[in-house]
Ligand binder design. Sequence first.
Ligand code: CP
Ligand code: NVA
Length: 335
Amino acid sequence: MSNTVNLKGRHFLTLKDFTPEEIDHLVKLAARLKEKKKNGELVNHYAGKNVALIFEKTSTRTRCSFEIAAHDMGMGTTYLDPKASQIGKKESIADTARVLGRMFDGIEYRGFGQEIVEELAKHAGIPVWNGLTNEYHPTQMLATLLTIREHFGSEKGLKLVYMGDARYNMGNSLMILCAKMGMDFTACTAKEYFPEQELVDECREYAKASGTTITLTEAVTEGTKDADIIYTDVWVSMGEPEEVWEERIRLLSPYQVNKKVMDNAKDTAIFTHCLPAFHDLKTGVGREVYEKFGLKELEVTDEVFESKQSVVFDEAENRMHTIKAVMVATLGEFE
Ligand code: CP
Ligand code: NVA
């Protein structure tokens, strides 16, 4: 355990705010907490603490991870959805932050613009954790990194290829993660979905320090060649209008993760996805898209999703252990 890293009182809003050493610390802490949980060893020194969980967008993994992690540690949770609270409509974010800051010990926020979670953090006076915004999904990144470490031992020098809308939360966050932690990052997608140049430039600075590269390419064969990790996400994210489906399908279909893509990657390559994923017709949205556009599988084929190379459920489980680590570290470590 690193003795120099102390994250007590810090917010967790984007990985841009964290050094590679701090990110490493969080993931190592998560691995220890995971082991303790597997051994039935309780880390429940947080009785009397309470956390508020604000979800302006829906969730399965993130909400359950925060709730289970908090309950495992003896904390109380209050779930707030926008319909059942005054947030945004009758009360500003700044006022909400000041009220919750008087009652709780930490606040998770999932919603729209990054500026909202930043505003919450500015006024809360307690740690605020980003559970996904349009721009970033930092807790997912810790789960990705823990999963990569469990699989490969170390992330250093690996090539991660992201296929899909690389301008949004997952593409942005993976580029930051790779650049900071020493993985080569490739966004393999239509040029319309390349990440913003400003963020690319910022990440190239991190990449310089970690000795890695950032590549943006439209060429699937070249882009996915020798990849260690192939990552994708839904083509249309929460909060985006239905009208964008047509364009996304047209421009992103060539970037579907299928067997050909996996065969072009290294033999040892893994596939992962933040989930939820559209890989069959067993979802309402999947069926609607099929009826309208005739596609049975979207960003990933069922064959790849269900293959041995797929580590999606390991990553989903790791959401809980890594979110627990974020709470432990920012509320004050006491394992
Ligand atoms: N990956 C993820 O954030 O999943 P949920 O939307 O279910 O929380
Ligand atoms: N890009 C997706 C990620 C879901 C975890 C979304 O924002 O809906």
